[in-house]
Design a protein around this ligand. Sequence first.
Ligand code: GAR
Length: 189
Amino acid sequence: MKKLAIFASGTGSNAAKIIDFFSVPEKQIQVALIVCNNSNAGVLQIASKNFIPTLIIHKEQFINGNAYLPQLKQLEIDFIVLAGFLWKIPQKLIEAFPNKIINIHPALLPKYGGKGMYGDNVHKAVIENKETQSGITIHFVNEQYDEGEIIFQTSCNIDEKDTAKTLAKKIHELEHKHFSKVIEQIISK
Ligand code: GAR
């Protein structure tokens, strides 16, 4: 059994899907921890409803301290998934989990990535630029925001009536459909 930690900062709709996907007994992967930097985030209610332990993290300890490695090691976490997690991952954590941290980004990287490019900011920029397509990118995490090796991408069309809100819905649908399966493939390799 491999143990997965999900890092999330917000609503947690992706976290909810991942928890459901791996909650069936025949899966060899278990969501063992939800890590969150915001004590008001919706993802914490999802964790509690599913009886999954949570860890609330603080910036100084995460970025300049031990990056919460002792807690992750104690729970024997094998793999980390970022699902709407907004802080940059410190070098210490990347070194402790080589090729074992993956992120989902709500656009077709390398476009619309980097600092400040998260959630609705991404969709607003895509709509403002009159793009005709957007999509999702699942990638390994390295020291640079959104620059690790790409594992999976899929796209959707944008039509003239789309707004940042309707695009966000399309993107969430793609994320919910693909993310858990890609996580399973990568962990099972
Ligand atoms: C998702 O769309 C995810 O791709 C995005 O945040 C959203 C979280 O939604 N992540 C980023 O923008 C990272 N740069 P959720 O809380 O409902 O899963």
